[in-house]
Design a protein around this ligand. Sequence first.
Ligand SMILES: [Ca+2]
Length: 131
Amino acid sequence: MTPADPAAGDIVIEAETGAFESPFMVVNIEGGQALTSNDFSPGISTYDVVVPEDGFYKFGLRVLAPDVSSDSVYFSVNGEANIKYATGIHTELTDIMYQGASVYQLSKGVHKLVLTNREKITIDKIYFRAQ
Ligand SMILES: [Ca+2]
């Protein structure tokens, strides 16, 4: 089962379009491609996040996270400290909005996102959801 289309107002980035390094790699999944990794070393994937208007945005991911060795990743917005994002276990593609206090006030323009590998998660899409 594929999740519903993203909500209006979401900024959606295909995770596999990042500038990524090993162990991140691209894998084919149902309906397209995703970013995944096969080990626990801290490679990164970087993104330009194009924000269409000033506002508050919440971070989220569409993931496959089938077990306890594949259900987390680190993320950092605009050079802030890495946040560990534990998605919970999902054996089908699932949209998970980060539940911590990470609502970002972003101005119109380009912002920077960095994902850092932690374990064997598979990430299809990245969201910044307008609040
Ligand atoms: Ca994708």
